[in-house]
Design a protein around this ligand. Structure first.
Ligand SMILES: C[S@@+](CC[C@H](N)C(=O)[O-])C[C@H]1O[C@@H](n2cnc3c(N)ncnc32)[C@H](O)[C@@H]1O
Length: 200
């Protein structure tokens, strides 16, 4: 997720003027080569948190890896289900099936922002994981500070209610993980975007 100022395409707008661009075209498309690279070694079953229209779940299912997506947005869930992708309309903070048995949780495309505070989010996800489970997190590039924001989702037609969001840069990931009793065992850049792999 890129953080820039003053753009009119779909974005999250924070009260301090920060604008977080949203790549809706990416969400609605098929998995990219970068997605496939990030997903290549994940172990199933996989829980994709904030899955949107489900391109990661679809890509995993195609290669025979059991995966489930969850998302709070009815339209995203509908789009995923229309493609035959297994997705539930569910918040990660509500009851999630298979709690304690997921081998991998995905938190991609800025979804570390869900809930506005990465530590309770990661603690919640840790509770959903199997004892040897892993979390794959996409983070912002070096130089981005860890920030909690209040944002509105702005599209051409609508402005949402304000809700909490957060941004974590790759340099801040170890601190956030440690505060969540998790360990970063790998960090990498794939095709210009940054990812961390965490374990309990
Ligand atoms: C940045 S989009 C990412 C979409 C998807 N991961 C992708 O890459 O195509 C964030 C998604 O998180 C979902 N979301 C927000 N809060 C959530 C929550 N508490 N539980 C589950 N999903 C949530 C939103 O509805 C949205 O679809």
């Amino acid at each position: 997720m890129n953080v820039r100022l003053g753009n009119r395409s779909p974005h999250l707008a924070a009260s301090d003027g920060t604008t977080i661009l949203l790549d809706v075209g990416l969400w609605n498309g098929n998995a990219t080569q970068r997605d496939e690279t990030v997903l290549q070694d994940v172990r199933g079953p996989v829980l994709d948190i904030g899955c949107g229209p489900g391109r990661h779940v679809y890509a995993l299912a195609t290669r025979g890896v059991a995966a489930l997506g969850i998302d709070v947005a009815p339209t995203a869930v509908w789009l995923a289900q229309a493609k035959g992708v297994p997705v539930l309309e569910r918040s990660v903070f509500d009851r999630v099936p298979g709690a304690g048995r997921w081998k991998t949780a995905l938190l991609l495309d800025g979804n570390i922002g869900i809930g506005g505070d990465p530590v309770p989010l990661l603690r919640r996800i840790a509770d959903l994981l199997a004892p040897d489970g892993r979390i794959v997190i996409e983070v912002d590039p070096p130089g981005t500070s860890t920030t909690s924001l209040e944002v509105n989702l702005v599209t051409e037609a609508t402005v949402s209610e304000r809700f909490p969001w957060a941004v974590v840069g790759v340099n801040g990931l170890a601190a956030v993980a440690s505060a969540s009793d998790l360990e970063v065992y790998e960090v990498g850049c794939v095709d210009g975007r940054w990812f961390g792999w965490l374990a309990a």
